[in-house]
Design a protein around this ligand. Structure first.
Ligand code: PGA
Length: 247
């Protein structure tokens, strides 16, 4: 059985008081069937780690893939780990589009995670014009191949994938269950062709992009949707909890 995962990507939201109180509320959600991950602003990680309880795990939204150096403003994966992060987002469309993170840089980030025993949550997804041109499958395949396929079987099973169509992120437009399942089944088939079916069946593939309390149940009922990466709807305990309870 693959792990069911619901991850909160808080992005650059919540002041310290709001963040602390939401983290306390989320820590009280008890659902042993679902792994709950919280990706807060990095400056909150250490404090959250000191008061962490329940089955909530912490992740970092962004990091730099070398261990130390003259890189003003950057955070290394080992620093993130020592502050409590067990997971890291890699390849989020905002990092790709707004901060110019390239395929090669993302590959380095995946490797840095695995070297330090953190689980990469590797995000992929196509912009609207690519879907309209019917090139979305090839586009996402290229992201997966360039970011992950250099890994061996022991490494790839440690990764989580999040399919997030760019046109659905923060827009209120959600992929239909048909669109999400079509892509996520494809993604699993690439893992299967490259690493074998046993490995492919172990990799959790999340859906992200305007996933909320009203559509989560339907999305999570798809055979290849193993959970969600939630932005906007993770900023309120009620909606985040309802998404978790959708399984
Ligand atoms: P959204 O964000 O749920 O607000 O669309 C998802 C994400 O960017 O991870």
């Amino acid at each position: 059985m693959r792990k069911k995962i619901v991850a909160a990507n808080w992005k650059m939201n919540l002041n310290p008081v709001e963040a602390n109180s939401l983290f306390d509320e989320v820590s009280q959600i008890s659902n042993s069937d679902v792994e709950i991950l919280v990706f807060p602003s990095a400056i909150y990680l250490l404090g959250f780690n000191q008061k962490k309880s329940g089955n909530v795990k912490l992740g970092i939204q962004n990091f730099y893939p070398t261990d130390k150096g003259a890189l003003t403003g950057e955070i290394s994966i080992s620093q993130a780990k020592e502050c409590g992060a067990e997971y890291a987002l890699v390849g989020h469309s905002e990092r790709r589009a707004l901060f110019g993170e390239t395929h090669d840089f993302l590959k380095q980030k995946v490797d840095a995670c695995l070297t330090h025993d953190l689980t990469p949550v590797f995000c992929c997804g196509e912009p609207l014009e690519i879907r309209q041109a019917h090139k979305h499958i090839a586009y996402v395949k290229n992201q997966i191949v360039t970011g992950l396929f250099h890994l061996d079987a022991n490494e790839i099973v440690k990764c989580i994938v999040a399919y997030e169509p760019v046109w659905a992120i923060g827009t209120g437009l959600t992929a239909s269950t048909k669109q999400a399942e079509e892509m996520q089944k494809e993604i699993r088939s690439w893992f299967s062709s490259n690493y074998g079916n046993d490995i492919a069946e172990k990799i959790s593939i999340l859906y992200g992009g305007s996933c909320n309390a009203s559509n989560a149940k339907e999305l999570f009922s798809c055979a290849n949707v193993d959970g969600g990466l939630i932005g906007g709807a993770s900023l309120k305990k009620e909606s985040f909890e309802e998404i978790i309870e959708s399984f």
